[in-house]
Design a protein around this ligand. Structure first.
Ligand SMILES: [Zn+2]
Ligand SMILES: [Zn+2]
Length: 347
């Protein structure tokens, strides 16, 4: 089979390698669609200490079973599947306390297990055992459900933020994550949704995804804009969906009392610090909430929303052959693409 290996920082090799063997208790999947995720772009561009090179990335996978292990009963050749890539151990404190997304021994497809940047991948038995696999219903395209992983983190974050009816939500960063946040906020009942980005091209392409107001925050003072929009009260929720600490303090200033701030975007390991006015948090009773990972039930919800047609799929702006992954990275980094899906079967 053909597979795309990340061999170092900003180095890839697309080459012929042996097709993996089907495990006795697992499956062999022909990968039909794999999402190029923000974390893949980051790992490609900056490298990662979590990676042992060479590595086959790709954790947003959908495909068809072409072989089922001899001990497998519930899946058969021809089944169309989407994979939840976060494999919890099932045994640690968090797993036992019904919070699998925070598993201490979490294994992830694409880093700990060969990912979907390849024509085929072996699905280990533990993924079947833990319910990591969902069947794609007839008539649903592979690329439509590939967004389930991204969507599940968004769903989990918004449950923590308790976004509800008539809320004003500000989303800083209008990439694919920001666009999923605006769609989910709308579904949860938010009526004023402000999308802000410092890149005009990204402000322009995020318009069809549920937001009501669009701001280029490089040109407009976003805090003043939000205060004016809310008669001086402020927003219920601000979500920073950008890998930067710069928007954190302005976000506090644009919240109303008892407002909620989500630090959705991770920061660079070299400079992970942020500065927040502690008195503002204290006197305004603000909530600052982290956002990482999701539970299997969030994945199911994300999958159902996608399969049910509740998410605008124009979010996928580009579908490229797997070998053109670096081209996809460029399109994302310049703000020309929202979501890029790679097709390993297309040469
Ligand atoms: Zn992802
Ligand atoms: Zn665990």
């Amino acid at each position: 089979m053909k597979a795309l290996f990340l061999t170092g920082k900003a180095q890839v090799e697309y080459k012929e390698v042996p097709t993996p063997e089907c495990p006795d208790d697992g499956l062999l999947l022909r990968v039909e669609a794999v999402g190029l995720c923000g974390s893949d772009v980051r790992n490609y561009t900056h490298g990662s200490t979590k990676i042992t090179y060479p590595v086959v990335l790709g954790h947003e996978n959908a495909g068809v079973v072409i072989e089922a292990g001899k001990d497998v009963k519930e899946y058969k050749v021809g089944d169309k599947l989407v994979l939840n890539p976060a494999i919890p151990c099932g045994k640690c404190y968090y797993c036992e306390n019904d919070n699998r997304g925070l598993c201490e021994n979490l294994k992830v497809v694409g880093t700990d297990v060969q990912g979907g940047f390849a024509q085929y991948m072996a699905i280990p038995g533990e993924m079947l055992e833990r319910g990591q696999i969902l069947r794609i219903p007839e008539g649903i395209a592979f690329e439509q459900v590939v967004l389930a992983e991204l969507l599940s983190s968004v769903i989990h974050a918004q449950e923590m933020l308790e976004i509800g009816l008539n809320d004003t939500v500000v989303i800083v960063g209008s990439g694919p994550i920001g666009c999923l946040h605006s769609q989910i906020a709308k579904l949860r009942g938010a009526t004023t949704i402000v999308m802000a980005d410092i890149n005009q091209e990204r402000v322009d392409i995020c318009r069809p995804f549920g937001a009501t107001h669009f701001v280029n925050s490089a040109e407009v003072d976003l805090t003043k804009y939000v205060k004016d929009l809310t008669n001086g009260i402020g927003a219920d929720v601000v979500i920073v969906a950008a890998p930067s600490a710069q928007p954190h303090q302005p976000a506090l200033l644009m919240l109303k009392k008892e407002g909620r701030l989500s630090l959705f975007g991770g920061l660079s390991k070299d400079d992970p610090w942020t500065k927040l006015d502690g008195n503002l948090i204290h006197y305004h009773r603000l909530k600052v909430i982290g956002a990482y990972s999701y539970s299997p039930c969030d994945f199911q919800k994300g999958f159902d929303l996608l399969a049910g047609g509740h998410i605008n799929m124009d979010l996928i702006t580009h579908k490229l052959p797997l070998k053109d992954m670096e081209e996809g990275v460029k399109l994302i980094q310049t703000g020309k693409a929202l979501k890029v899906v790679l097709l390993p079967q297309v040469e």
